[in-house]
Design a protein around this ligand. Sequence first.
Ligand SMILES: [Cu+2]
Length: 140
Amino acid sequence: MNRRFGPTVWGVIVVVASTAAGCGRPDAVAKLTELQRLRSGTLDVVLSSPRDVLRRNDTFIIEFRSTSGGSLIDVGSVRGSANMPMTGMPMFGTIDVTRTEVAGRYAADARFDMAGTWRMTIQWQGPAGQGSVTFAGTVE
Ligand SMILES: [Cu+2]
């Protein structure tokens, strides 16, 4: 009996472990690659990821840093949007941005329905003012 149920138990443990890894907090990832850096006034908006390129379903980090010194700046609430201009009808992606426990560092959950170049916009609004950056991001 034990032998028969053994593999099932191990299967459950492996699933739980891989789920936990998949949901790992992006701000806890040790090594990040900077994919974009955009300047807006006295802010640098830095997009980084544990991978070298954005994927169609991806989680990445958006940081707001002072252009003088590089310290993280809390910009308040942040929203993201993405679209791909196409003949006929544009496609829309989603970039859901949430705060992390580190002020000035945000986690983005993105979904793009196809690979290619997406026009992405990050907007912020808070006590220190509002702004936005738009850039072309490659999605594989
Ligand atoms: Cu498209």
